[in-house]
Ligand binder design. Structure first.
Ligand code: FRU
Length: 508
């Protein structure tokens, strides 16, 4: 993680709100990082998050809070759980303790229980330790009381954090399961409990596959294979920083089984230290630079598995040129397990129905050849838009879209069919001067599907989220273009390609 360096926000304040996203959550005037305690409760989606209530760089870690009924628009609430002189409140999760196993309930009110990491500060009794603690809410998640018996799980470790708790009901019994990390050991540790207060070690998982940084923010959940509820597989997600496929922060996942005690991965390629040559073979939640600390909702309706990530990267997070806020969340995504060409993998789609925000005008074109060079699509300009596009490769060695362009700057989302590669090139995307590692060309392996390349892309003022081939590959990237750079163009290099269809929907 970047160190906490106070940086001046004055220089960026003037342009700041041309970057404020319309579709993605941002805190009004403070810093945020990881989503925490995601839960759907009594008809409301709760998004808590790592928040600095006093500034717009990392520090004073507390849990901020926002709610939504549709995952489209969010309302910010007062800070939910605040740091104090002893502890910072690091990442964690929330469960609805419907049978009051914890005893925090009152009368007929069952509690929401937050399980978070106490990062103990210098001078506290547990100085230097990270341990797991509880807080509870009896008013549906708006006010929280810290448990007087904290911490409830202390291994004497300085790097033990990010508990995700869920209810396991299976062949082995019915109990709470916690997955957390020993960050520097590349290990996910699994515990069980009957009351959320007493925890017993079940097993550990890792190191495996990507171990280029430290492991953080794990999650574990079952998903039906190809929609078949009789055929469940378990997915273990682990975020790591740095060490992502395009540098810095990223999330990997494993597919396997969980028997109530241990997770067994069927998708481990390397055990122990990672093989740098195999980075491209590991399974990534997202191949872009700005999708980190992804975690799923508890109790999402209709058995959906919904995830939100922090849309930033620790390499430059504290320096992105926005003010007074800093860092958006990703769109909420629905994730599922799908077999494609014999391979089982995660497929992701935006979870909300954005057509509710669609403006009256949309731009459509079909069956058009793109010639060598750049063609601006007149009538398709915008800063908040959804682009649905399908290409068939031709003789061009490279082709694709240029977003948020003005003839000088623009972000290329391109395909190199010869290399079966998708890329996002943000070298000319606008402001890149705030950190040396922001400028990048980021790539993902992407073969054609039935001869074509299909994308849904969300452009939202300071971001581009690409869902490729029906969500089999995603790339999420921040960009900071000039407010006036609004053109959408198509381009080809060294030959032709075909746009089978393109539809651009402006979103308010
Ligand atoms: C991930 C992380 C977590 C930690 C939190 C602190 O981004 O480093 O491991 O709990 O952020 O803000």
């Amino acid at each position: 993680m970047d160190t906490l360096t106070p940086i001046s926000t004055a220089a960026t304040a003037a342009t700041a709100d041309c970057y404020r996203p319309a579709l993605h959550y941002t805190a009004k005037d403070t810093w945020l990082n990881d989503p925490n305690g995601l839960i759907f409760h009594e008809g409301i989606y709760h998004l808590y998050y790592q928040n600095n209530p006093l500034g717009n760089v990392w520090g004073n870690m507390s849990w901020g809070h926002a709610t939504s009924t549709d995952l489209l628009t969010w309302t910010e609430h007062p800070v939910a759980i605040t740091c104090d002189e002893n502890e910072d409140i690091f990442s964690g999760s929330i469960v609805y303790d419907r049978h009051n196993t914890s005893g925090f309930g009152s009368g007929s009110i069952a509690p929401l229980v937050a399980i978070y990491t106490s990062a103990y500060k210098p001078g506290s009794v547990h100085e230097g330790i990270q341990a797991q603690s509880l807080a509870y809410s009896l008013d549906g998640g708006y006010t929280w009381t810290k448990h007087t018996g904290n911490p409830v799980l202390n291994r004497g470790s300085a790097e033990f954090r990010d508990p995700k708790v869920f209810r396991y009901d299976g062949d082995a019994g019915s109990y709470w399961v916690m997955v957390a990390v020993e960050a520097k050991d590349f290990q996910v540790v699994l515990y069980k409990s009957d009351d959320l207060k007493n925890w017993e070690l079940l097993s550990t998982f890792g190191p495996a596959n990507a171990t280029g940084g430290i492991w953080e923010c794990p999650d574990l959940f079952p998903l039906p294979v190809d929609g078949d509820p009789e055929n469940l597989k378990w997915v273990l997600t682990v975020n790591l920083n740095p060490g992502g496929p395009n540098n810095g922060s990223a999330g990997q996942y494993f597919i396997g089984d969980f028997d109530g005690t241990a997770f067994t991965s069927a998708s481990t390629i390397t055990e122990g230290p990672q093989d740098p040559d195999r980075l491209g073979e590991y399974r990534w939640l997202d191949w872009g630079r700005d999708y980190y600390a992804a975690v799923s909702f508890s109790d999402a309706p209709d058995n959906r598995r919904l995830m939100i990530a922090w849309m930033n990267n620790w390499e430059y997070a504290n320096h992105i040129p926005t003010a007074p806020w800093r860092s958006p969340m990703s769109l909420a995504r629905e994730i599922s397990l799908q077999t494609n060409d014999g391979n089982l993998s995660l497929v992701q789609q935006p979870a909300a129905d954005w057509t509710a925000l669609a403006g009256p005008e949309s731009f459509c074109l079909s069956g058009t050849t793109i010639h060598d060079g750049v063609q601006v699509l007149a009538g398709a300009a915008g800063t908040v838009q959804r682009i649905d596009v399908s290409f068939t490769p031709g003789s061009a060695e490279e082709f694709g879209l240029i977003l948020r362009g003005d003839g000088m700057q623009g972000t290329r989302v391109g395909i190199q069919p010869g290399q079966a590669r998708l890329f996002v090139d943000r070298r000319e995307s606008g402001r890149t001067d705030f950190h040396p590692s922001f400028t990048s060309i980021d790539t993902a392996p992407l073969p054609a599907k039935q001869g074509s390349y299909d994308f849904t892309i969300y452009v939202d003022r300071c971001s581009v989220e690409v869902f490729a081939q029906g969500g089999q590959v995603t790339m999420t990237e921040l960009i900071f273009p000039a407010e006036t750079s609004t053109d959408l163009a198509v381009y080809a290099v060294g030959g032709v390609a075909t746009i089978n269809s393109i539809q651009v929907t402006q979103l308010a």
